[in-house]
Ligand binder design. Structure first.
Ligand SMILES: Cc1ncc(COP(=O)(O)O)c(C=O)c1O
Length: 427
């Protein structure tokens, strides 16, 4: 679709650009210092979890169903925390491990394990000439970083409104045994906010692939609905088990964006065999995780309903921010043809696509005007967005007022860069 600037005559375009330049200079004079880069809850939002910190004190009973949380032991996690993990991940509690605070750390540990030792019964990935991973794009840069760091080749696959393009995924994995895995954020994907359809989940669980092909099912946002009735996500473990693929699914999640980022508890859930095998390897380097933190979390969330209630409290902070993104972008760019963006029902991000060849310049102009965004390209493996269109919007951290100002700058920068490009394309 042509932008309004492309449709203008050259004198009209020159005039429009002059007006935009004036606005740019007025904005620059405000000396803004705003950050819309990383997906973090705002300080006020984090504060709603402070009561968790009072749950344990020196007088507390530190026994959880017979397990002494104040001493070594119970590697897989305390019973009540594993039950919570099971409810989170949709697997029986016995098929979970509750670990430290970071799900990213679990993903890395498991992939390093397969790299060094191989999926049980198969060649270590490090011994193979080629190992590839599928990366839905736009996606999460830190996923891509784990495989890139190991020397695994990241292959982008296109995201659609129902999840990764399954025709492309099936075609790739069926014909290339060196593809050993795939990253998925199945609910409120980072950054599109897309939740995978039942058909996508079914196809991922049952498609033909290398026997040691693994799906990292990163359910980081499984609880992060913006409204009472969030998106529905099919339980992939059940479908995978119907065709004997239960070992394919490595699910992780954490309470990072539920209680305290970096100080919550993290979950791993998979088949019985995988849980046993992964526990055995992780145990080499860890006697037991922080069970006191597990206990505090399990008491803070005695039921999954208590957790849901807490999430609705979080949503009160998030909803107005997501609404403001939609309002500012539709008012500022709605009929310009300069950009499209997603409108998710949960999660932490909005994915914004500008005209080809403009994202980097938009992010740079925003930075010049005092608004920090996630670097353009970060949503693609190796930071290379081939069409230079995608920008991840992270609206959760700034106050509403700051967010409004930051979005105004994004709108202005998008229009300005589009107008400049329309002029350049004529020269
Ligand atoms: C998709 C996804 N997975 C994992 C993480 C990090 O989670 P953790 O704090 O549990 O390592 C994030 C954080 O933004 C994320 O967006």
């Amino acid at each position: 679709m042509a932008t309004i600037y492309e449709k203008m005559t050259t004198p009209e375009l020159t005039l429009a650009l002059e007006k935009l330049d004036t606005q740019v200079e007025l904005t620059r004079a405000k000396h803004l210092a705003l950050d819309m880069a990383r997906g973090k809850p705002s300080p006020d939002q984090v504060n709603i979890s402070r009561p968790l910190l009072s749950i344990l004190n020196e007088d507390s009973d530190l026994i959880d169903e017979g397990v002494d949380c104040s001493n070594y032991g119970c590697f897989e996690g305390i019973p009540s925390a594993r039950r919570l993990a099971g409810a989170f991940l949709g697997v029986p509690a016995e098929q979970t491990i509750v670990l430290g605070s970071s799900s990213l750390n679990i993903m890395q540990s498991v992939l390093i394990h397969y790299w060094e030792k191989g999926v049980p019964g198969y060649t270590p990935w490090s011994k193979l000439d080629n190992v590839k991973f599928l990366c839905p794009v736009p996606g999460y840069d830190r996923h891509f970083g784990i495989t890139e760091d190991l020397g695994i080749e990241n292959i982008p696959v296109r995201m659609t409104p129902t999840g990764p393009d399954m025709d492309q995924v099936e075609e790739l994995v069926a014909n290339d045994d060196s593809i050993k895995g795939m990253f998925c954020v199945p609910k409120y994907s980072n950054p599109t906010g897309v939740t995978y359809s039942d058909e996508t989940v079914r196809r991922l669980a049952t498609m033909k692939a290398a026997p040691d092909f693994r799906i990292v099912w990163d359910n980081a946002y499984c609880m992060h609905d913006l409204n009472e009735h969030g998106d529905h996500l099919m339980n992939i473990h059940g479908v995978a088990a119907t065709v004997g693929n239960e070992d394919r699914i490595l699910e992780v999640a954490s309470t990072s964006k539920i209680t305290f980022p970096g100080a919550g508890i993290a979950f791993f859930g998979s088949s019985e065999a995988n849980v046993k095998e992964v526990a055995k390897t992780l145990m080499v380097g860890l006697i037991s995780a922080n069970k006191l933190n597990q206990l505090a979390h399990a008491r803070f969330f005695p039921t999954i309903e208590a957790l849901h209630k807490h999430m609705m409290h979080h949503a009160e902070f998030l909803r107005p921010r997501f609404q403001l993104v939609q309002k500012k972008l539709s008012e500022g760019l709605g009929d310009t043809g300069c950009a499209t963006w997603t409108d998710p029902n949960g999660g932490y991000f909005v994915s914004f696509d500008s005209q080809p060849g403009t994202a980097q310049r938009i992010v740079k102009l925003c930075a010049d005007l005092g608004v920090k965004l996630t670097p353009a390209g970060a949503t693609w493996p190796y930071g290379r967005d081939p069409h230079d269109t995608n920008i991840r919007i992270a609206p959760t951290y700034p106050s509403l007022e700051e967010l409004g100002q930051a979005l105004d700058v994004l709108v202005l920068a998008t229009k300005t860069v589009c107008a400049i490009k329309a002029l350049e394309d004529r020269e």
